[in-house]
Design a protein around this ligand. Structure first.
Ligand SMILES: [Zn+2]
Length: 150
């Protein structure tokens, strides 16, 4: 690990060029997204997609989309390494199951809330004949007046 002593873009190869054992040109398409201090990122995408495919995909994209594409490829590659059969589809379907289960819970909670609300409205409608207790300051004022006069 000697790349710390060199400035970025000078002579230190990016993680991709280091792994591929080639010279890292100043306009290297990998360099901005695969820094030398994160070699695992390129190792994963190279293993799953192949360096030339990653190169092709990045070349075809406008520069402002490349960073997102790299994040996506790294995520997909890591998922494929973890789960060789389903890859990121495994993660997607697991999250989809969680969404379905949470939506069911939410629907049940909303139905319960509606039920409680309608019961509450029924109860308050039944007790609305009772006098309201919000006039206590006036009431206390009257009390003070009546004490004063007696
Ligand atoms: Zn490079």
């Amino acid at each position: 690990m000697k790349e710390g002593s060199r400035k970025h873009g000078m002579l230190a190869p990016c993680a991709a060029c280091k792994l591929l054992r080639r010279r890292c040109a100043p306009d290297c398409v990998f360099a901005p997204y695969f820094p030398a201090n994160e070699p695992q990122k390129f190792a994963s995408v190279h293993k799953v997609f192949g360096a030339s495919n990653v190169n092709k995909m990045l070349q075809e994209l406008p520069e402002h989309q490349r960073s997102d594409a790299v994040s996506s490829m790294v995520y997909e590659a890591n998922a494929r390494v973890r789960d060789p059969v389903y890859g990121c589809v495994g993660a997607i379907s697991l999250l989809q199951q969680q969404i379905d289960s949470l939506q069911t819970q939410l629907a049940m909670a909303q139905a319960e809330a509606l039920h409680i609300k309608s019961n509450h409205q029924f109860n308050t409608a039944a007790s609305s004949q009772r006098p309201a207790s919000s006039s206590s300051p006036d009431h206390r004022g009257n009390e003070a007046d009546s004490l004063w006069f007696y």
